[in-house]
Design a protein around this ligand. Structure first.
Ligand code: 5AD
Ligand code: SF4
Length: 469
């Protein structure tokens, strides 16, 4: 057996791709290790979304030169979006790199690695092939005890937001055939997975180009997978959020009441320059519709601060939008120039210090709403899908230091509860179990509660029960 170490940088799409990399290399005798020193092959799965992520990738690749000097047989591969963007240039820049491959080359990875290993070649594969190339599912997936997994349903993006590198590195939007998606989900569920997050840059336009059925139709099919307890998806583009999909929150039993709906800015001027194709009013109207369809829906978003030309007044509009919506949580980023994206040429660049200041202000502004959303759950009963032990021991008063189980509510909030809690049946707690928890304490990034019931038969009735009327 050869040992494979993968360093995954970036988004959930890369987490999924890293699993696919592992799967693609299993038939060649590779198995994954989390010990860098043991590896025969190290792959860096890179992200190009902001310059920081790109620097992180190059800095890790740089560190591997020393490892390779110590072990000349070590193979080094660079995959992901930076690999796609830079191609051959990476070989010139880093003489210890053997292989550069884009996201679409993953199904060909077995052959590429063989060429490097057996023929001693340095190989680049950044071909942007048409269609969704499937990896053979026969190699299965490594059961690492994870009960919630990602499943890619589409690749690429056709939206061309002016700041974004994705359409250039991940290519045109391509949907995966629903039968293949269902096949993969069934395989995951058979291996103990109970929650899937369907991934795409813009899931709202799933299947439309290829006539594969709509995203709402796909959700209805996934909903019928026996043994699956929960469905999530990310990411949605506000401009394509159809009535059908909004209705799905009321109709699809296993669909969790959470939507990540990146707005990026609260100012129409900025949204226009970003080419987002919706206005502040459109966004607010969609939020209203979502809440009418599913009143308990948790809403999260992404923001970019310091986009070229963003004025103080624009930024205040963003703060105002945060108040108007009352998000459950947000991610915020300082605008970062990406040379292939049009905004890199825009005038009115905002100084770094001002971007930092706006980022801090935005996060401080949101904190109140994040805490408010968490506190609002105190006293409620939440279904929690146990994922594993919490990384940190208990924080709260008499529970301080206790080992805690950790899981998520349907609205995607982290809930911890003590391992040695005296609730009936909870001694048999294990990942994958749905537990009813009474929420008693709320912190900014987690909740704490007491288990009040434990699902009788995992994969049985509770997980399959419909919440919709
Ligand atoms: N600069 C800063 N943030 C960016 N994002 C995408 N491109 C950039 C960029 N050039 C953010 C957006 C997107 C999230 C995944 O990353 O907010 O929703
Ligand atoms: Fe990038 Fe916009 Fe596509 Fe999202 S929708 S991946 S931000 S181009």
């Amino acid at each position: 057996m050869h040992q494979l170490y993968i360093n995954t940088i970036g988004c959930q799409m890369n987490v999924y791709d890293s699993d696919q990399i592992e799967r693609a290399l299993t038939p060649s005798g590779y198995s994954r290790t989390d010990q860098l020193e043991d590896a025969d092959l190290v792959i860096v799965n890179t992200c190009a979304i902001r310059s920081k992520a790109e620097q992180k990738a190059f800095s890790f690749v740089g560190r591997l030169a020393k490892l390779k000097r110590r072990n000349p047989d070590l193979l080094v591969g660079v995959g992901g979006c930076v690999a796609q963007q830079e191609g051959e240039k990476i070989l010139a820049r880093a003489p210890h790199v053997d292989l550069v491959f884009g996201p679409k080359a993953i199904p060909r990875l077995g052959r590429l690695v063989e060429r490097v290993r057996l023929q001693g070649l340095r190989v680049v594969d950044t071909e942007d092939t048409d269609g969704f190339e499937e990896l053979d599912l026969a190699s299965g997936f490594r059961d690492d005890g994870q009960v919630a997994r990602f499943v890619t349903i589409m690749q690429g993006c056709d939206n061309f937001c002016t700041y974004c590198v994705v359409p250039y590195v991940r290519g045109r939007e391509t949907s995966r055939h629903p039968d293949r998606i269902l096949e993969e989900i069934r395989m995951l569920v058979a291996g103990g997975v109970r929650e899937v997050t369907l991934l795409g840059q813009n899931v709202n336009s799933y299947g439309l180009k290829e006539d594969l059925g709509s995203f709402a139709e796909l959700l209805a099919r996934v909903d019928r997978v026996e043994g699956l307890a929960r469905i999530r998806f990310t990411t949605s583009h506000p401009k394509d959020l159809s009535d059908d999909l909004i209705d799905a929150f009321a109709r699809v039993c296993k669909l969790c009441p959470h939507i990540h709906l990146p707005v990026q800015s609260g100012a129409d001027r900025v949204l226009k320059r970003m080419n987002r194709q919706y206005t502040r009013a459109d966004y607010l109207e969609r939020i209203g519709r979502l809440r009418r369809a599913r009143p308990d829906i948790a809403i999260t978003s992404d923001f970019i601060v310091g986009f070229p030309g963003e004025t103080e007044a624009d930024f205040e509009q963003t703060l105002g939008l945060i108040e108007a919506v009352g998000f459950d949580g947000v991610f915020a980023f300082m605008y970062s120039d990406r040379s292939v994206a049009p905004a890199a040429q825009f005038k009115g660049k905002v100084e770094d210090a001002l971007k930092k200041e706006r980022l801090q202000r935005l996060l401080r502004h949101q904190e109140v709403f994040t805490l408010r959303a968490s506190k609002g759950l105190i006293g409620s009963f939440q279904d929690v899908l146990v994922e594993g032990f919490s990384a940190r021991p208990g924080l709260a008063g008499d529970h301080a230091g206790a080992r805690q189980w950790s899981g998520r509510t349907p609205g995607n909030k982290i809930v911890n509860f003590d391992q040695d809690t005296d609730c009936a049946g909870s001694q048999n707690v294990h990942p994958g179990l749905l537990i009813g928890v009474r929420i008693e304490k709320a912190f900014t990034h987690s909740l704490w509660g007491r288990p009040v019931w434990v699902e009788e038969k995992p994969g049985g009735s509770k997980g399959d029960t419909c919440h919709a009327a």
